[in-house]
Structures are given as C-alpha cells and as structure tokens.
Design a protein around this ligand. Structure first.
Ligand SMILES: [Zn+2]
Length: 106
C-alpha cells in the first residue's frame, strides 16, 4: 500500500502548478515520482517535417513530466483539503487515513 494511488485527487504544493489539483495517472514508486494529468506541462517546439502521405506535422507539442511525490498531497475526500495521510490497518487491510480529520479511505 502506497500513500499515493492511481486516480487519487492530489493538490500540487510547489512548483509552477502550485495550488492546482489533478488526478494521479501513474506512480513511479522507485523513482519517487508521480504523473498528474495536465500538470507540469512543457511545450516542445517541433520542426515541421514531411510525413509519408504528404501531411506536414510540427509546431508545438505539449507533454507532462512526472513530479516529485513530495510536491503533491492527497486531497482528503472528506475535508477536501490537501492533507498528509498515514497508513492504518483496518480489517487486516492497509488503508489510508487523513491526518486532519481521521477519515479512513482506500
Ligand atoms: Zn480529512
């Protein structure tokens, strides 16, 4: 059980998207990174090139980069605030509990 799970709503606590909220798309456990949809977006300018068939593609490509997990916090479903969570055991299963309101959620 990880304190961050896929599909969690998280708030960005630092960096250029500070204060925004998004959904966890992927947790890179070993790297300590999380991918949050629509966050940490960078633009890459790509030179137009000729594709097979004659279409020209190019211009600005947007892509997300993973964020360090220390810069996001889970949004508690009950108090609707970015909170720290701790792991608790409930009926033999690890669950997460909000530190602020003690709500236990999966
Ligand atoms: Zn809470």
């Amino acid at each position: 059980m990880d304190k961050l799970q896929k599909n969690d709503e998280v708030a960005i606590m630092s960096g250029k998207d500070k204060g925004k909220r998004g959904k966890v798309e992927r947790v890179f456990r070993k790297l300590g990174l999380v991918m949050v949809g629509g966050m940490n977006v960078y633009k890459r300018h790509q030179k137009a090139r000729q594709m097979r068939g004659g279409d020209r593609v190019g211009g600005i490509v947007e892509f997300s980069r993973p964020l360090p997990r220390s810069s996001v916090r889970v949004v508690c479903p009950k108090c609707n605030k970015p909170v720290r969570v701790r792991l608790v055991m409930e009926l033999g299963k690890a669950r997460r509990a909000c530190i602020a309101c003690k709500e236990v959620f999966v």
